[in-house]
Design a protein around this ligand. Structure first.
Ligand SMILES: Nc1ncnc2c1ncn2[C@@H]1O[C@H](COP(=O)(O)OP(=O)(O)OP(=O)(O)O)[C@@H](O)[C@H]1O
Length: 308
């Protein structure tokens, strides 16, 4: 079986400056892969190249084994794309628009009607079939955008910041739909919001200044960003020096009268030592948890580092 998406040494230059440098990405299975990066990192450029909207300066993009530049028709049959601004014709009804996009994808004419019904059902649009797109809320427009991206059952679905600008209820609905889509498709989803990527994605690729700075599972990303620290809540909080005496602990930060951040050496597991010390000294351990609060800070640092 071919790899769904393979990107080799991809670089892109706009006039004089490079927006993407030597990207290598491979996606082999369904599920959501996050493309994370701050504004201007090169996410949209990468996605536009993957989807054949922009020709790269250097490198290769293969979709299901087809080169997007050399075999664009075959490659594009395997891609569904929702750009940052959904390509909606607002004077069309949902039905008209989905028939139109199915025809654009050169789908077998005899299968279009059933495909439109199926995708409307799947995206929760059936009850709005004959409503004009201009009369839909932002959340429903986004659903139509996703529907046009999956109507032809592509192997790869590319969603450029699909949850941007949605209100909290629309966000929940959009995430649910994207998760459902990812059960049958490989989804590449971009965002500059770390928490959004953490919520949705199995794997994450982080780019900054056009270069890849990380690519692995979300769990590995959390570990990578964890500066080896944990949060402990103790009812009887001891002194800093007593906490520092716990085996493996290298630094203490007192956060409140009952909570402290404990830093430890990479690769160490200090949970047991903390529990033991607490029991021995009657510190009354209430909670011990991985420290996720530093993630956003570290993300900012990472972004700055890679820009340098
Ligand atoms: N058409 C263009 N001409 C010149 N430079 C461009 C063009 N499009 C993007 N750029 C530049 O290329 C770099 C990458 O932009 P890109 O839009 O790919 O980033 P992004 O990660 O998608 O950011 P955002 O989330 O803000 O869209 C930026 O420095 C941007 O200013």
């Amino acid at each position: 079986m071919s790899t769904i998406l393979k990107i080799e040494h991809l670089s892109h230059r706009y006039s004089s400056s490079w927006a993407v440098r030597d990207l290598n990405i491979e996606i082999n299975q369904n599920g959501i892969v996050g493309l994370l990066g701050s504004n201007g990192a090169g996410k949209s450029t990468t996605m536009n190249i993957i989807c054949g909207v922009l020709n790269q300066t250097e490198g290769k993009v293969l979709i299901n084994g087809f080169d997007i530049r050399e075999q664009p028709e075959e490659a594009k049959k395997n891609i569904g794309f929702l750009p940052q601004t959904p390509p909606l014709y607002t004077d069309f009804t949902i039905d008209e628009y989905l028939h139109y996009t199915a025809n654009l994808r050169a789908m077998d004419k005899s299968k279009i009607k059933a495909a439109v019904e199926h995708v409307k059902e799947r995206c929760g649009l059936s009850h709005f079939s004959s409503r004009l797109i201009k009369n839909l809320s932002g959340g429903y427009r986004q659903r139509v955008g996703i529907a046009q991206a999956v109507i032809h059952k592509p192997k790869l679905v590319v969603l450029d910041e699909p949850t941007n600008g949605l209100d909290p209820n629309q966000l929940i609905e959009a995430r649910k739909l994207i998760r459902e889509v990812a059960q049958d498709h490989a989804v590449l989803l971009s965002s500059h919001i770390l928490s959004e990527i953490r919520l949705l994605c199995r794997d994450v690729i982080m780019i900054e200044s056009g270069r890849m700075v990380f690519a692995d599972s979300m769990d590995a990303f959390d570990n990578y960003l964890q500066p080896n620290s944990m949060l402990v809540t103790l009812e009887n909080m001891p002194s800093e020096s007593e906490l520092l005496a716990i085996k493996g602990v290298t630094k203490i930060e007192m956060l409140t009268s009952r909570q402290a951040r404990l830093y430890y050496e990479a690769g160490q597991n200090i949970n047991e030592s903390v529990v033991e010390a607490s029991m021995k000294n009657n510190w009354r351990l209430m909670e011990i948890s991985a420290d996720k609060t530093l993630l956003d800070d570290t993300f900012k640092q990472l972004s700055v580092q890679s820009a340098g």
